[in-house]
Write a protein that binds this ligand. Sequence first.
Ligand SMILES: Nc1ncnc2c1ncn2[C@@H]1O[C@H](COP(=O)(O)OP(=O)(O)OP(=O)(O)O)[C@@H](O)[C@H]1O
Ligand SMILES: [Mg+2]
Length: 620
Amino acid sequence: MPKINLLPREIYELIAAGEVVERPSSAVKELLENSVDAGADSITVEIQAGGIKYIRITDNGCGIAREDIKNAFTGHATSKIFSADDLDCVATLGFRGEALASIAAVSRVEMFTKTAEEEIGTHCVVEGGQFISVDDAGCPTGTTIVVRDIFYNVPARMKFLKKDVTEANSVAAVADRLAISHPEISVRFIRDGKQTLFSSGDGKLISAISAVYGGDFAGGLIPAEGSNSTVKVEGYISKPLAARPNRNMQLFYVNGRMVRTKTACAALEEAYKGSIMVGKFPSCVLNLIMPYNFVDVNVHPAKTEVRFANEKEVFNAVYYAVKNALARGDERPSQDASKIIEQRVAKQYFAAVEPRTAQLHFAENQPAEQPVFVKEKKPETVVRVESPKVSGYSAREEDEPQLIPDILPKVQPAVQKNIEEPVTVTVTEEKPVETRVIGEVFTTYILVESGNELLLIDKHAAHERILYEQFKTENKNIASQMLLSPIAVTLSKDEYSAVLANLDLLSDAGFAVDDFGNGTVLLSEYPCILEGVDLSEQLTEIAGYLASNIREITTEKLDWIYHSAACRAAVKAGDITSSYELEKFAQKVLSMPEIRYCPHGRPVVAKLTKRDIERLFGRA
Ligand SMILES: Nc1ncnc2c1ncn2[C@@H]1O[C@H](COP(=O)(O)OP(=O)(O)OP(=O)(O)O)[C@@H](O)[C@H]1O
Ligand SMILES: [Mg+2]
């Protein structure tokens, strides 16, 4: 590497400045970038106690010459740029000459380093920015840097550090990204003495993805590549069926630098439009290769954002690479309605013979021959069901006569007959309200004639609320179903550790989950209510929530899981629902006065009185 020079003031003032070291993972990110810039093809990262106590990074790069050691730890000193013009085409990950000085200012640093030309290496100790010693060291070519007690002299910063496990996850994510953005480098990550990542450095992106996220995830990807006059795109995207509930697995690199880019993200999602459900997100690992002068990396102090000279070219390159990959590689089975119905019938049969699963939707048996929720959309379908039997909900034996306030007609309060007193009180007979399910409109609303009112029940909102109530009733004692073969679910590192930290909570919610290692968990039991739901997606959604709501209390987390599961398991607007099912819905809703709103707060029932309708026709 060329000599390390102090940048003149007029140059370093052009550089996006700010906090370089916020937490252990930001220090690790900087140190790893130095190793990459030094040309290393093997890097080992080791941390203890989340990196707060101890970080060690060893590389086999070019090393730092003895005469450059002091400059390496001096602010605005770098071997990577020399003039203001160099800032326009930065080819290295570092360029500010800031990182080592910033890290050494807030920790105790020890470095062993040697260049290929030197016979003897250098060992130096820097504490709180002060050089304590520089002496000879017998070490191989390359650099080993040890950072101890980060923020030991900045207690205010120390306070903002999270628990060791959270900090360690954040460091793990940095190591993951390094392995993926540089498949030609073998990356090893050792966390509290245990190796949790090893990438072979064979130069193949798919090997690196597999090392980081596991073979299952890698196996579900399709290669994507394409280029236009300026931008070349290469990498992998997820199959549409493997869509995730969040964007945690969208990884973009620009010339090997991990960045956040709204342009590429928008292009990716635009390309998936029509192939993926609304509210679902694709995953990707895409490297965008472009001339260095086409991208400005001097935008953000942490070097994680970039500006493109031409956003449109970037958008188009990503969009077409993804679109073509989807056209080639999306082997999505066509949705065959008859198959779905067959499966549903089979499930219903199962429900009839297995009492536990029979609780699925209403905790009541349903006839085996009824296909229930066919998830195939049939717009504009109107199912008219003239119910032969008049189902007066208040006549149900097991239920107290209950009414939905403001929705159903008020019943005259009955006066209790007092045996002690003589017969001076008149008893008013309580008349059950005549209720008739008329059918369904727009495959969304159930129409019910109830006394003098026409009720419209939003079937999704109602079902969601019913299931949510069922979860709450079974609270922590959720009826669950074992899977014949457990499902492996690959998660991002944050999600993975959030799941592992909440195994008991998940078990309370009816999910039996075990660690399968390397970012993957095994789901072996799930709440019966979720029969027919994509369990992998459900668990991923819960994992995403747990990862970003670490501080929430257990009951809030459980409640969120109940909401989420109820929403997934509930019949959707547009689903075809059998007449039997419609009737059941109506009965259930009318028998539970508390069901006025779905868990998200949307109304479940709306009404039109006979008078309202008469007014519409000028009769009243
Ligand atoms: N692992 C390493 N191997 C070889 N040289 C290194 C290593 N780490 C740092 N250096 C040298 O020390 C210099 C200072 O490193 P530092 O990270 O502070 O700045 P930089 O990488 O130039 O810019 P930035 O602040 O953007 O990271 C580098 O320019 C490089 O010459
Ligand atoms: Mg650097």
